[in-house]
Ligand binder design. Structure first.
Ligand code: IMP
Ligand code: MG
Length: 180
């Protein structure tokens, strides 16, 4: 699996450091509050577990599963809700935890959905932001790294459901796509 990687963009150490500093920022923001932290499956799973443990605040955690990719490297444009949260978020402070914001469509869908349900506040923490991919105007409140317009894998991010378990974030060799 590691052989398929062209270059490492962010090492495990760099990711750990980003989680620590994001955790500090989030702790300050939610001092005295008990937010509902919602991880977006499956890509944000490792980031979610690392980030919540870097935050010193009471919280509830939940997960939501949405899909807009269907296995390729281009967003399909429509977002499907595959599995909802169980928590009633009406009147609650919600923090969405994402792996990456690319077109912004997934995030827009989540922001609209949680706003419709009457969340008191909604903020976004994403490990990666790919501003060059943006198609709808959404912003992250807490961002780990701004990434170039390349398809990245690892630390939760997949290509065709593979590479999620890489401990770092990297770029695949072009022949991996060509052989598909
Ligand atoms: P958006 O709706 O286009 O912003 O895309 C958000 C979702 O697409 C993310 O949560 C990822 O699951 C997936 N995605 C976007 N860019 C990448 C990438 O470079 N590698 C792997 N998954 C990606
Ligand atoms: Mg995702």
């Amino acid at each position: 699996m590691n052989n398929d990687i062209l270059k490492v963009l962010y090492s495990k150490e760099e990711i750990d450091n980003a989680c620590k500093s994001l955790g500090n920022e989030i702790s300050k923001t939610y001092a005295g509050k008990t937010p509902v932290v919602v991880g977006v499956l499956k890509g944000a799973i490792f980031f979610m577990t690392d980030i919540v443990r870097a935050v010193d605040s009471y919280m509830q955690i939940d997960f939501i599963d949405v899909s807009s990719y269907h296995g390729g490297t281009e967003s399909s444009g429509t977002v499907e809700l595959l599995q909802d949260i169980n928590t009633n978020i009406t009147g609650r402070d919600v923090l969405i935890v994402e792996d990456i914001v690319d077109t912004g469509r997934t995030l827009k869908f989540l922001l609209d959905t949680f706003a419709d349900r009457g969340a008191k506040s909604i903020k976004v923490c994403t490990l990666l932001d790919k501003p060059a991919g943006r198609k709808v105007d959404v912003k992250s409140d807490f961002t780990g790294f701004k990434v170039p317009n390349e398809f990245v894998v690892g630390y939760g991010l997949d290509y065709d459901e593979k590479y999620r378990n890489l401990p770092y974030i990297g770029v695949l060799k072009p022949e991996i796509y060509a052989n598909k």
